[in-house]
Design a protein around this ligand. Structure first.
Ligand SMILES: [Mg+2]
Length: 296
């Protein structure tokens, strides 16, 4: 009994010394003991807010309008072309550039995103509280441009919930284009089966594996200790290949490459009790740290 008490005293004293010397951050832990994850990686559109917001529909309308008005593409061909390019290249923009259309990226983003009815999005206090309760590093990984990401996060009231942002501008700095098509594979059970290619585009974006590798490098992410949230099954399947654990958001249906499926980002803790435990462990660590001076 006395030995156990002494050991506890030593343990807490050691922790107190670490805290005093700034070697142990009790307010923010990148990786708590026994946690599988050191980072949570989030897509933005249709992931941090629901598809039902209507913002994506408006975005698609703007893209089609851009194709007609600025690129002089025949209007009757635009709907199918828009959908096909999105499917094949990850974004319609990447597909248009791959086909040889030359346009100013900033002008495209202003036209497509700058005119969106952002008032469709409302502050999400529940998600904010949820994210802030998870004592783990959080990074945004979006194909959209910086201004759009900032506007969405601001409208949702989440602007200060993330530690880093990987977006269009960070992925598409000079000389970051792919030189060769990146194979996309379908995950069936534990085996990986090649099903096609993400064609080459001058634009780097999900689901290209190159985009993921760049994001890992830029945000110092170890994919084997990171949980990735996205509403796109293609993004999820590439993510799985890179070693990420995956959460498909917006659907409760598990598919190949999907580790977890959530109807809503609000359901994180229910679907992932491991993350719920992180909150409890964090509280325990803080409690010990506060009690330490008294015990010591
Ligand atoms: Mg999305």
């Amino acid at each position: 009994m006395a030995t156990g008490y002494s050991f506890k005293c030593l343990q807490t004293l050691f922790l107190f010394v670490l805290i005093q010397n700034g070697l142990y951050n009790m307010e923010y832990e990148n990786k708590l003991p026994e946690s599988k994850y050191e980072c949570l990686l989030f897509d933005v559109d249709d992931t941090l807010y629901p598809l039902s917001s209507g913002l994506s529909v408006e975005c698609t309308k703007n893209i089609k309008e851009y194709m007609v008005d600025r690129l002089d593409i025949e209007e009757s061909k635009v709907p199918e072309m828009c959908a096909r390019l999105y499917t094949d290249y990850g974004t319609t923009m990447a597909g248009l550039r791959a086909l040889g259309y030359d346009f100013d990226h900033d002008d495209y983003h202003r036209f497509v995103h700058g005119r969106l009815p952002y008032e469709y999005l409302q502050p999400d206090a529940y998600l904010r509280s949820l994210l802030n309760s998870l004592p783990i590093r959080k990074v945004i990984f979006s194909n959209a441009n910086e201004a759009h990401v900032a506007e969405v996060l601001g409208r949702l009231g989440l602007e200060d919930c993330f530690d880093d942002v990987i977006c269009f501008e960070t992925l598409n700095t000079q000389n970051q284009t792919t030189d060769a098509p990146i194979p996309t594979t379908s995950v069936v059970g534990d085996s990986l089966e090649p099903v096609g290619l993400v064609p080459t585009s001058p634009i780097v974006c999900k689901p290209s594996e190159n985009a993921f590798q760049l994001a890992f490098k830029m945000a110092n992410i170890n994919p084997h200790e990171t949980l990735f949230f996205d509403d796109s099954i293609r993004n999820i399947q590439t993510a799985k290949l890179t070693g990420l654990s995956t959460v498909l958001v917006g659907s409760s249906q598990r598919k190949s490459g999907v580790d977890y499926a959530l109807e809503s980002i609000h359901n994180i803790k229910e679907a992932l009790p491991e993350l719920g435990e992180l909150v409890n462990k964090s509280k325990d660590v803080r409690k010990i740290a506060i009690e330490t001076p008294v015990e010591a």
